[in-house]
Design a protein around this ligand. Sequence first.
Ligand code: SF4
Ligand code: SF4
Length: 419
Amino acid sequence: MAGSGAGSAKRETKMDRRRFLEAGAGLTAGLAGLGPAAVAAADPPRIRRYVTLGRTGLEVSDISFGSSRSSDPRLVRHAAERGVTCFDTAESYRGGDAEEAIGEALQGRREHFVITSKHKAWSGETRASMAAALEGSLRRLRTDYVDIYFNHAVNDVRRLQNPEWREFTDRAVRDGKIRFRGVSGHGSALVECLDYALDHDLADVILAAYNFAEDASFFEKMRARFHFVAPQTGLTRVLERASAKGVGVVVMKTLMGARLNDMRPWETGGATFSQAAFRWVLSRPHVDGLVVSMTDAASIDEYVAGSGAGPLGAGELGLLGRYAELQGPRYCRPGCGACAESCPAGVEVSEVLRTRMYEVDYRDSALARADYAGLGAGAAACLACDGAPCLRACPAGIPVAAFTRDAALRLARGAPARS
Ligand code: SF4
Ligand code: SF4
């Protein structure tokens, strides 16, 4: 696969100042309408650290713009103004509107930014179909290449075993339509899929769900507070393995459900919960950077202020500990499939609970319903099940049946919208 140089060590970079100023010049004009707090701050926060994504050599802000929940070019420009240089999207986000927004906002300055996009390449899909999907993304993004093209939300290793994916991406690299290929995921089979991708050189970059509560070292630090160690999914191991091979490691879902307002009363020591959560993952030696959904100017400013690595203070650790206590019995761990065998109906519990998280925690019904619709029968079987088989199946204490039924009632096609 394409890629320049080698080296597995995390490297910080100084973005060329001239390039950065060129990228930002003129973007301010697009900020009208974002609100006075967003544009009038005397000393607005900025990205403080740029990193290299493993062997790709790509230099990016350590916090990237996630577009799964927004399609407003003004937000893209706002993030660029704050020093964000990497924009992550997918053909499926907002029905293609997220790609359109990035394309519109960055048109004319393409070379200053790293753009990633994604396609769900299925196990039986042909190269021609994948190529057509890529052409659609390029058209919406108003560019002739994407820097990293991910096989999206991989949760079945057969999708990676399809030789058409390798052949398609090899050809697209030769044709200059993608620079690097990757694998993204957040499902129960994530660890198996990432190991397969690493074994078979199918990823220059991986994008994986990962946060402080999936890191055993977090619970070791907080031993006095917790009398349990959270179920470990093997994610830390596979991310360390990727980093050691020189594969770029970017993480997402770093906010463990992103119930930010729950934490506001305790944010008295300077950093917010999100900034503490970012600092935790950005300080892991096996993590290069993170992607976070950016949905409004105020949260962009809060997020970019969390740029940079370094040890957490006691106050920040306290925020993470409090959040883990609050959200622990509600948050389905990416990469965990511990309850899978318990369900005789084969409900994909972790996938269903992810869509419920979008609905209940993110309050993003459009994203929740779109992803739930992609799960086929979803949790329909749960509505006719007494829940006995999966009772106590989750070591984290999640009431599986109650949550999956709730997801089915909220998100099935035709279900009425709830507040
Ligand atoms: S409620 Fe029944 S059908 Fe639903 S996940 Fe549990 S065992 Fe499976
Ligand atoms: S519900 Fe619990 S056991 Fe099942 S996948 Fe989620 S965290 Fe793992």
